[in-house]
Design a protein around this ligand. Structure first.
Ligand SMILES: [Zn+2]
Length: 452
């Protein structure tokens, strides 16, 4: 036997595995073996024909191997790089206004209710469960300005076993809904309290993320302070950028000393290799270069961009600039909490760009699959831990059954795995997601007693 300090093998799965790598958007491994150790990490992968050798090397019994059925496959868990947990309470409604009016009319009044911890508990439990059921193994959440409710979101994500970034929203400017903002001092102090208390919980998969709402909601002073807090604590940062034209113009007016919207964040030390910015529909090529140089990433949220008539991100151009990019649902500007919807809307948006300009190279479903998994993990700088089935990463995975009884997919004949994946991405839903694993632990079906 090899190194005896190695963690023991907890589970071995055999069947079809589909994932992306740096080199290829779609790698399909049929009759593959994958072993998960007791730390939840992928200990080995290999061909099914190597079962005997692998069982001897890694010390498991071939009879314990869990065999996938014919219409089943494993894919990496979906990574939602941008979702407002608090806005889940009105998801599917309020889609009749552009961004700034939408914020004032719907968002700020609803978010102000999250000082009520009972209400927060209800909505946050719902959103964590809904996203997990739909295969979101990693979520990058915005909460509200309320520290205790934001801490509660972290607890709920931890209790259900979801990998999550949680951001207490910071905003010291709000002229429309005056009771929903902080003073500069409150925002700083509460951000520090939030970070300290969340880190103190030592949740293995939940981390704080510094969250200025967006440039228009923050004074320059607050932006600078938040940049310093992120730097001093080596933390991730999330915000919004260049979502709609009116917003971009207002940012120009409000920050006349900055050369661009991107420059506003850059100047305040908010553009780092741990920054994820939502949208970016109107970024110039020069701004994309700043993203690449700093290592900051973009969260493409196509449902939201269309639902609020914000714009359409030219993903091909972003990828050509070698900027890291993941997908986000942006609930509730985006009406669906499912990352499968984000996949479909990303494809739709790409096709609309092709309709407008036949020269535009439409994204393939394989590319969008990569964005929803490995791309998202790169955008959140988590690709050393999750995003695909490389040995050493955590086992974050969906066990997909395209032939689930009562499900949305009808199979006429035995299809090859690539076709089955394409059908799942375009037609599937949570009925097809038989099991969800995060860091090796089965988190769906739910095992925790639910408190609804
Ligand atoms: Zn957003």
């Amino acid at each position: 036997m090899e190194n005896s300090n190695r963690p023991k093998i907890a589970n071995v799965y055999r069947g079809t595995f589909i994932h992306s790598t740096q080199k290829t958007a779609l790698q399909i491994l049929e009759d593959e073996l994958l072993g998960v150790d007791t730390d939840g990490k992928i200990a080995f992968t290999g061909r099914g024909t190597e079962l005997v050798r692998l069982s001897q090397t890694f010390g498991f019994s071939p009879t314990e191997v869990i065999q996938l059925a014919k219409h089943e496959f494993f894919m990496p868990g979906l990574v939602d790089t941008h979702i407002h947990a608090c806005q889940y309470s009105y998801a599917g409604t309020a889609l009749d206004m552009p961004l700034l009016q939408w914020l004032n009319t719907y968002t700020f009044p609803v978010e102000s209710h999250f000082k009520d911890l009972q209400f927060a508990h209800k909505v946050y439990s719902q959103v964590v469960k809904r996203t997990l059921r739909n295969g979101t193994t990693t979520a990058c959440y915005f909460a509200t300005i309320h520290t205790d409710a934001s801490l509660l979101l972290g607890k709920i994500a931890n209790d259900f076993g979801q990998r999550a970034f949680v951001g207490k929203v910071c905003m010291d400017r709000n002229d429309s809904v005056k009771h929903y903002k902080e003073t500069n001092q409150e925002s700083q102090e509460e951000t520090c309290r939030f970070i300290a208390e969340l880190l103190n919980k030592k949740y293995p998969l939940v981390r704080p993320v510094v969250t200025p709402r967006f440039a228009l909601s923050c004074t320059g002073a607050l932006l600078g302070q938040l940049g310093a807090i992120a730097k001093n604590n080596n933390l991730h940062i999330q915000s919004h950028i260049s979502e709609n034209v009116e917003e971009v113009n207002l940012v120009k007016k409000m920050f006349p000393d900055s050369e661009s919207y991107t420059d506003v964040y850059l100047k305040h030390n908010l553009l780092t290799d741990k920054t994820v910015m939502a949208h970016g529909c109107y970024l110039s090529d020069e701004e994309l270069v700043l993203f690449r140089e700093t290592g900051a990433s973009l969260a493409h949220c196509p449902n939201s961009n269309i639902s609020l008539c914000s714009g359409m991100l030219n993903v091909r151009n972003v990828l050509n600039h070698k900027v890291k990019l993941g997908l986000g649902t942006d609930v509730a500007g985006g009406y669906s909490a499912s990352m499968l919807d984000a996949v479909r809307r990303a494809l739709d948006t790409s096709k609309i760009l092709t309709i407008q300009n036949p020269e535009y190279k439409t994204l393939s479903f394989e590319e969008v699959f990569r964005l929803a998994t490995l791309g998202g993990s790169q955008a959140l700088s988590l690709d050393d831990q999750t995003g695909n089935f490389e040995v050493g990463k955590d086992f974050d995975a969906l066990r997909v059954n395209v032939a689930a009884p009562g499900g949305p997919i009808d199979l006429v004949q035995c299809e090859e795995p690539k076709i089955i994946l394409e059908k799942f991405l375009n037609l599937g839903d949570d009925r097809n997601i038989a099991e969800v694993f995060v860091a090796g632990k089965k988190v769906v079906p739910f095992t925790e007693p639910t408190t609804e």
